[in-house]
Design a protein around this ligand. Structure first.
Ligand code: HEC
Length: 155
């Protein structure tokens, strides 16, 4: 008996609340307001998602740039020089060209550079100029080739 009473009261409470809401937004007007609120919510959600994706992309690009520069400093600079000018002892000995020179940049294609870094490079006498960089992934080699392109001096 007691439990029944409570349920009854609880139901009455719900009905009352529903009525109050009905009064605040009656019929079509209410539906419109709700739609507006929903749209606003969706638009905000979209903005948040776009922002999150943008931050992710920027982070990825920066990370990649840093990797290529790091690899350059670790693996390439001792021969090619920090700025790629070939102004090192080994560079002088092996006749390394100056990557800041647009003519030098134009003399090889990205694909050639990729292959030479992956498989190694010899001169005509079969002397090794560059050993294959087999610790690098294809993506890392591609990023390094892109990095080499940034060493060209801007006119
Ligand atoms: C042992 C010294 C040495 C190291 C280390 C070295 N290179 Fe080279 N690299 C050479 C020589 C020598 C040549 C051939 C002469 C030239 O083109 O300047 C060359 C040529 C190149 C070329 C010319 C394009 C072609 O024909 O392939 C690119 C690009 C290049 N190196 C990038 C790199 C990158 C990137 C690294 C680091 C991952 C690297 N090199 C490390 C010595 C080196």
């Amino acid at each position: 008996m007691q439990i029944k009473m409570r349920i009854h009261f609880a139901n009455a409470g719900l009905v009352k609340q529903a009525r109050v809401e009905d009064n605040f937004c009656n019929g079509r007007k209410c539906a419109l307001t709700n739609e507006k609120i929903m749209d606003q919510g969706k638009a905000n959600m979209k903005k948040i998602i776009i922002l999150a994706v943008a931050i992710g992309v920027v982070a990825a690009i920066t990370a990649r740039g840093a990797d290529a520069k790091d690899n350059w400093t670790k693996l390439c600079a001792k021969c090619h020089g920090a700025e790629g000018k070939g102004d090192t002892k080994i560079g002088a000995r092996l006749g390394i060209k100056d990557f800041s020179d647009p003519k030098v940049q134009a003399a090889f294609k990205d694909d050639d550079a990729f292959k030479d870094l992956k498989n190694g490079l010899q001169n005509e006498d079969g002397r090794t100029l560059m050993k294959p960089f087999d610790t690098l992934s294809d993506d890392e080699i591609k990023a390094l080739v892109a990095y080499v392109r940034t060493l060209k001096s801007q006119p």
